[in-house]
Design a protein around this ligand. Structure first.
Ligand code: KIV
Ligand code: ZN
Length: 511
């Protein structure tokens, strides 16, 4: 039997993923996702870009301190202040990484960073050496170097830059397809060519980081793996800049399902994929398209009678993976109206949530409200409730109450009470529609003016007694912020989702 190469999964959901428009995450949310990524078994968590803001720095440091298992990376431009900030944030981890990058394509060097090729070479030498020097004080630490826009760089020049990075101490060399321009056959050949031009790449981990502008991020990543790369950078649900990053679940399940073609394996616990995907979706407010591979609602649904009959007699007729392989078990009932606080704590711990006593009290109160109305509470309901508890921990605003009057012959009017760190603010408004009037009343209470770019409602589970989930995208000062919330009442879920987006705007200094 051929020995399988180990492919490191470098998760960038919390860095590149969070760069997706509107996908702001607060520190508590980032920590929760990082804990789940550790459970998922990724090898490296890119926790953020520490120089970007004090919040970013604090979140990376908190993850480095608390999350055990995966290596924790902080991103840094090839600049002294960035590298120092990245190190200060990650050095408390068991296995910290400084990930530094500089552009190497002609177009980026000329117009984006305004440096000559010689300056890029010198910058790589100086900044990788600095990162190496800082990390040399920590036995578990290492350095990754990325050549931004590598796939559009001139191969001989790129190979020289990568050679310098290896010589100065980088032990992972990343080759990004930053603008998603590559084609799979070309990208695989490009990686082989780099190994030929820069033999020292054989002594380090070669990584790829592919964007999805042409829908090829997964295909390009897999082509690179076949060409020798042993690290793939990817994000849960494929979120990220523009069309996003290679999707973690697609890369991992392709390697697992088509093992014979790759002779590779990853350390990902695939049964945690569905849960991780739901957590990232609800905390970022990014809905997963129904037909998304692996984690979309329809990924394992068989509509045609012929397919259904086939799957019933032999699953492999139309299924190349089992739903259970990615953690999609039946939406099983876990607790009921008579379940106590202890049973809730045990179930939440099984799902990976560690709540403080105060948070558990809040979660229990909400659980009782749901159980009274719904009788049977499922994993999906619990996840939805706990996600709200997590994010509310650091929120500035919370919805205290709302009243909405509407009907076919009256103008919809709304009144809301929003608490802002202990201070009660009241707002009222009337508008053409009920939802619009609630949102305008919230604007009135918090003293801002947001415009609604997107509004979606869906049921969390089957049945008329399902919790409703609302997602909004709100534009504040030309920046977009997502919000998501659940409730039995669609208007309440709408109001909470809007307040959630307002909180994200406030965290970004826009309210
Ligand atoms: O897309 C890209 O090139 C990046 C780098 C910072 C790795 O995100
Ligand atoms: Zn990127």
């Amino acid at each position: 039997m051929t020995e399988h190469r180990y492919i490191n999964i470098f998760d960038t959901t919390l860095r590149d993923g969070e760069q997706a428009p509107g996908a702001t995450l607060n520190r508590a949310e980032k920590l929760e996702i990082a804990r789940q990524l550790a459970k998922l078994g990724v090898d490296i968590i890119e926790a953020g870009f520490p120089i970007a803001s004090p919040d970013d720095f604090a979140a990376v440091k908190a993850i480095a301190l608390e999350v055990k298992g995966p290596r924790v990376a902080g991103l840094a431009r090839a600049m002294q202040k960035d590298i120092q900030a990245a190190w200060d944030a990650v050095k408390v981890a068991e296995k910290p990484r400084i990930h530094t990058f500089i552009s190497t394509s002609a177009v980026h060097m000329k117009y984006q960073i305004k440096k000559t090729p010689e300056e890029v070479l010198a910058g790589t030498r100086a900044m990788v050496s600095l990162a190496r020097e800082l990390t040399s004080t920590h036995a578990g630490a290492d350095v990754e170097f990325s050549a931004m826009d590598a796939s559009r760089s001139e191969p001989e020049f790129l190979a020289r830059v990568l050679g310098v990075a290896v010589e100065c101490g980088a032990t992972t060399i990343n080759v990004p397809d930053t603008v998603g321009y590559a084609l799979p056959h070309e990208f695989g050949e490009f990686i082989r060519e780099l190994y030929r031009l820069c033999p020292s790449l054989h002594d380090v981990t070669v990584s790829v980081h592919c964007h999805n502008d042409l829908g090829l991020a997964t295909a390009n990543s897999l082509a690179a793996v076949r060409a020798g790369a042993t690290q793939v950078e990817c994000a849960v649900n494929g979120i990220g800049e523009r069309a996003g990053n290679a999707s973690l679940e697609e890369v991992v399940m392709a390697i697992r399902t088509r093992g014979e073609s790759f002779a590779c394996e990853t350390g990902v616990q695939t049964t945690e994929i569905a849960r991780t995907s739901r957590l990232v979706s609800s905390l970022t407010g990014y809905q997963i398209q129904r037909n998304k591979a692996i984690v979309g609602r329809n990924a394992f649904a068989h509509e045609s009678g012929i397919h259904q009959a086939g799957v019933l007699s032999e699953a492999t007729t139309f299924e190349i993976m089992k739903p259970a392989d990615v953690g999609l078990t039946d939406n099983d009932i876990v607790l009921g109206k008579h379940s106590g606080r202890h049973a809730l704590r045990v179930k939440l711990a099984e799902l990976g949530y560690q709540l403080s006593d105060a948070d558990l009290d809040d979660a229990f109160k909400r659980f009782k409200e749901v159980a009274d109305k719904k009788k049977q509470v499922t994993v999906l309901d619990l996840e939805a409730l706990v996600s709200e508890e997590i994010r509310e921990r650091l929120d500035h605003f919370s919805l205290k109450s709302f009243v909405n009057q509407s009907g076919s012959s009256i103008i919809p009017t709304s009144q809301v009470e929003v608490e802002a760190r202990g201070e009660l603010k009241k707002g009222r408004s009337f508008s053409n529609g009920s939802v619009e009037s609630v949102f305008a009343a919230i604007d009135n209470a918090v003293g801002m003016s947001g415009s609604l770019a997107d509004y979606q409602v869906r049921a969390i589970s089957a049945g008329k007694d399902s919790l409703a989930e609302v997602r909004v995208t709100v534009i504040v000062n030309e920046r977009s912020f997502n919000g998501q919330a659940v409730s039995f009442d669609v208007m309440e879920a709408s109001a909470k989702a809007y307040v959630r987006a307002v909180n994200n705007a406030a965290a970004a200094g826009e309210v």
